[in-house]
Design a protein around this ligand. Structure first.
Ligand SMILES: Nc1ncnc2c1ncn2[C@@H]1O[C@H](COP(=O)(O)OP(=O)(O)OP(=O)(O)O)[C@@H](O)[C@H]1O
Ligand SMILES: [Mg+2]
Length: 424
């Protein structure tokens, strides 16, 4: 780094010489000393120094000069290089000049002529120290600003990555929910199909025996009567079980398609909730809970059934996971009504409820009390997004420890034209 520069300004060569000599004595090793004959010369010199980015630390100017007065010179220098410390030499007590320089050039000091070399050196030394301190502070500020900028940039990047990860996780959670649904339904269909298979194979065996007896001419009336009974029973069983399986598949197809297709259509709310619950039957059957759906059964809406299906699934799964102890028999209730042009959907369980401090957090992503049981804390966040963004409604929660939890959804009866499915 270049040495700091001290500029001396006077219109008398003798004064300039003695300034240079006395300052060189004290500061020659650490500073450059420049001189200017008069005000104009000084301003031109400062211009050059500023342009060359020199470290112009101190300027000492005489007050009484024929071209420009010292206070006016210092004022201009202060504008060109605000960090430079200004000192004025005054031959006579000129209070006006000093106060003007204090106001317009932030005069650092003034020295009365004639001066003692020690006084001059002391004043300039203090000025240099103070200038250097100031420079350090400025440099420190710059470093701090740069660091803050760098950190802000890093944090913005991290935030963006987090946002992307969050939406990927939400998407993954939805797919996982669909996967669970598929596994549950596959399991559920297994039973009726197995029963039908068993009945079909009994019928098949009996038919073979009957055919054999007929071909051998050994068919008795009693054989035929018994066969007809078996055939009737088996076909009844086959029909009943296959009907059950077909219903399950139909339900599943609708819900799964709704969950993935994101299409608007008209549907009746209560029957739709019931069909979603049928899909959850495999889970519900493992518990002693009862589920009821009541209210205005004919209420229809034109909206996104897929979103509703995800909401219902999340509510029920949460009650199963969080509200009851194993083996407890709870009551889960859906209640649907119309209030003016709104659908009010209430869901309540009579489980353990939540402490107040949890209630304000449940819609936040990743808030869960069930991490050890595989909870990710995204379920109710997705519900919140689906209700507010996709269905353009509101959701609130009331809960009391040991009494239960209630969610209240208020949804527009019909989504305004142009409503769009927003990924939870
Ligand atoms: N019916 C309820 N009864 C008691 N607590 C509940 C109920 N529903 C939600 N909670 C509380 O709210 C928290 C957040 O629920 P959320 O569905 O967002 O996450 P999760 O069920 O823990 O995990 P995930 O749904 O992602 O698998 C739960 O961890 C639980 O503490
Ligand atoms: Mg959940």
């Amino acid at each position: 780094m270049s040495k700091p520069v001290i500029v001396c300004v006077d219109d008398e060569i003798a004064v300039l010489d003695s300034l240079r000599r006395e300052l060189s004595e004290a500061f020659e090793d650490n500073c450059e000393i420049e001189t200017a004959m008069g005000g104009k010369d000084a301003i031109a010199l400062v211009h050059d120094l500023v342009e060359e980015q020199c470290d112009l630390s101190v300027i000492i100017a005489d007050y009484l000069m024929p071209d420009i007065k010292g206070d006016a010179v210092l004022q201009q220098v202060h504008q060109l290089s605000p960090q430079t410390l200004t000192i004025m030499l005054t031959g006579q007590a000129n209070i006006d000049g000093i106060s003007n320089a204090i106001n317009t050039a932030q005069l650092y000091h003034y020295i009365a002529k004639p001066w003692q070399p020690e006084d001059l050196q002391l004043t300039v030394r203090e000025a240099l120290n103070s200038y250097q301190q100031e420079q350090k502070i400025i440099e420190y500020q710059h470093t701090l600003e740069r660091k803050v900028q760098e950190r802000t940039q890093e944090l913005t990047q991290t935030l963006n990555t987090l946002k992307t990860t969050q939406s990927e996780l939400i998407q993954a959670e939805k797919m996982a929910a669909l996967g669970q649904l598929v596994a549950g339904v596959a399991h559920e269909i297994n039973t009726p199909v197995g029963n039908a298979l068993l009945a079909a194979s009994v019928l098949n065996n009996e038919t073979k025996s009957l055919t054999q007896a007929f071909e051998q001419g050994a068919l008795k009336r009693s054989n035929l009567v018994s066969y007809l009974q078996t055939a009737q029973d088996s076909s009844d069983l086959i029909l009943q079980n296959l009907k059950g399986a077909a219903e399950l598949i139909q339900n599943f197809k609708q819900v799964a398609v709704d969950q993935t297709s994101h299409e608007q259509r008209e549907f009746q709310i209560i029957p739709y909730i019931e069909s979603v619950l049928t899909n959850l039957e495999p889970k519900l059957k493992q518990t002693r809970h009862t589920v009821t759906v009541s209210g205005n059964a004919s209420l229809k809406t034109t909206s996104y059934p897929g979103a509703l299906s995800q909401i219902v699934t999340n509510f029920v799964m949460n009650s199963l996971l969080h509200a009851y102890k194993p083996g407890e028999a709870g009551h889960l209730r859906f209640y649907v009504t119309q209030q003016q042009n709104q659908i009010v959907l209430e869901y309540a369980d009579d489980g353990c409820g939540m402490p107040t401090e949890h209630q304000s957090k449940i819609f936040e992503p990743f808030f869960t009390t069930g991490r050890d049981r595989g909870g990710s804390g995204l379920g109710l966040h997705i519900v919140h997004n689906l209700v507010t963004q996709t269905l353009k409604g509101t959701v609130s929660c009331q809960s009391e420890v040991a009494v239960g939890t209630r969610f209240i959804l208020k949804l527009p009866l019909t989504l305004a034209n142009g409503g769009a499915y927003v990924r939870g």
